[in-house]
Design a binder for this molecule. Sequence first.
Ligand SMILES: *Cc1c(COP(=O)(O)O)cnc(C)c1O
Length: 348
Amino acid sequence: MPELRIIDLRSDTVTKPTPEMREAMFRAEVGDDVYGDDPTVNKLEEMAAEKVGKEAAVFVPTGTMGNQTSIMAWTSRGDEIIVEEQAHIYMYEVGGPAVLSGVQVRPIRGRLGVMDPADVKAAIRAPNIHFPKTTVVCIENTHNRSGGCVVPLDNMKAIYEVAHEAGVKVHLDGARVFNAAIALGVDVKEITQYCDSVQFCLSKGLCAPMGSIVAGPKDFIARVRKYRKLLGGGMRQVGVVAAAGIVALTKMVDRLAEDHANAKRLAEGINKIPGLAVEMETVQTNMVAVHTRGLAMDGPDFQKLMKSYGVLFNADLPYRVRMVTHHDVTAADIDEALERIAYAVKNR
Ligand SMILES: *Cc1c(COP(=O)(O)O)cnc(C)c1O
């Protein structure tokens, strides 16, 4: 068999920096960022804060560090934080809240990642000598484990109000908040108005090689900056990557609509293949959750089958795989992937 071109749908994190990013990285003016001397980092942080309507921002190496330093900065040991049951912070951050902040995590069941504000309200602890103190509610938008579903604005507003009435902060895990903004057709500030702090990734659909932003009030960002140092995330001439982040923020946001269109195209195509099923309701941004039970094949087996045809994706539930569209796969690649999947399923 001739060598097949790989179509990589594992994640939008596989995107490579664009030629414009590499050029900007090459030309970046740099300095020692721990001294606050890197003009490119300073520019990125100012731009990012402005973009999400917050007082200040700090560049961190990863989304995980952004979320964890935010929790560290909002909480004290023994506090409780509320998260959606399938949240990245709860599922995929290695128990960070327990290890780093010494807080207890209270998961709440949502629907497609969306928590009921009444459940959040009920979970916020009353003052009582027996209870931990609730200090933060985390919202994730878009919601990764639900297949990139969007948390609607009215839901965010209601949770923000319920939290604030109780003196509780809202942190937004907005790793893909720009996907949410594009899907909702709103400026990202319409979303971030309903949180006290936000973390978003430059390294996913926006194609930067690394980096996330935490934005929020000035004093909070000063604490996050210090916790970043504590975790070993104080970086030096990091303007070389911040330069790619600036291109990500200025040039790569609007084109996320193409990824969303490609996800729809992929989902519709998959629904024509006997044995595979996608619930179209969940295809809201750049992810497609594909059910494999109809093939009598579990996710990992289907993943292995398609890997031999050069189509890569992750298996995230026993009978479900996740395919993610991004800058480095075109509509033609999607059609090619669909052809290979249809062929493989028929001839297995
Ligand atoms: C990817 C992701 C993160 C973490 O980002 P890393 O840069 O991989 O550490 C956090 N939250 C959500 C929802 C994510 O999808």
